[in-house]
Design a protein around this ligand. Sequence first.
Ligand SMILES: Nc1ncnc2c1ncn2[C@@H]1O[C@H](COP(=O)(O)OP(=O)(O)OP(=O)(O)O)[C@@H](O)[C@H]1O
Ligand SMILES: [Mg+2]
Length: 243
Amino acid sequence: MDDSVSNYDFNQWTGNQYCKILTGPHDGGGDRAGGGRKALKTFAFDHCFWSIDENNPKFAGQDHVFNALGKDVLERAFEGYNACIFAYGQTGSGKSYTMMGTFQDTGHGIIPRLCNAMFSKIDSHCDDESLAVKVEVSYMEIYNEKVHDLLDPKGSKQNLKVREHNILGPYVDGLSQLAVSSFEDIDNLMSEGNKSRTVAATNMNNESSRSHAVFNIILTQTLTDISSGVENEFNNYLNFLKE
Ligand SMILES: Nc1ncnc2c1ncn2[C@@H]1O[C@H](COP(=O)(O)OP(=O)(O)OP(=O)(O)O)[C@@H](O)[C@H]1O
Ligand SMILES: [Mg+2]
């Protein structure tokens, strides 16, 4: 990230949802036309959150972030769309915090909140005989170009192979896919999985996730036509990536 962005004073945030980033090294120049490497580039974005001072009315907690990003992802998932939330940024910038958060309710990040909301939604459909919903999860890390299964019941840090399926595309061969029926199930699996993650201290973060982690929810909805008994099954995938 360039200084012009990292030094941005979010208290001055006006809601003008564009930012300019100088992509090359500073040389004191201003706005330049043209598409050269050092040109100022304008990017559009949908949301910007500030979470430094809880007492400030502009403070955005985990609930703000979930309401702005997670809720719609869940709604679309039930409509049959695949979705991916990708957290990217330098060490200590808050990726793990945003995605997982802390153990207290108010500190829960996007993944636990989304799982919780997903099971509440499934429970609200439990009287509907024509709809059956199955939820499975997988959790892996990519470290030094190697893929490890974080939910491997045997706990062996075996290297898994990434292969290409002719219809479904790339997949990880042998990755555990475990059925879950409540948020507590997911919470327990993730806590176990997180213990296997490769972490180390960096200058900016005592518990830095040194690997990339991919948490995947596979939602299978089976719609049954009660009169004819014909079943229609569709799968969709929610991917959460943490750098
Ligand atoms: N919005 C926030 N509110 C309160 N604490 C935060 C917030 N964002 C990050 N933190 C805290 O800052 C520290 C670093 O955050 P985190 O571990 O999420 O960084 P990271 O981006 O995952 O870094 P790395 O790439 O090294 O894994 C943690 O102690 C985390 O709890
Ligand atoms: Mg991290």
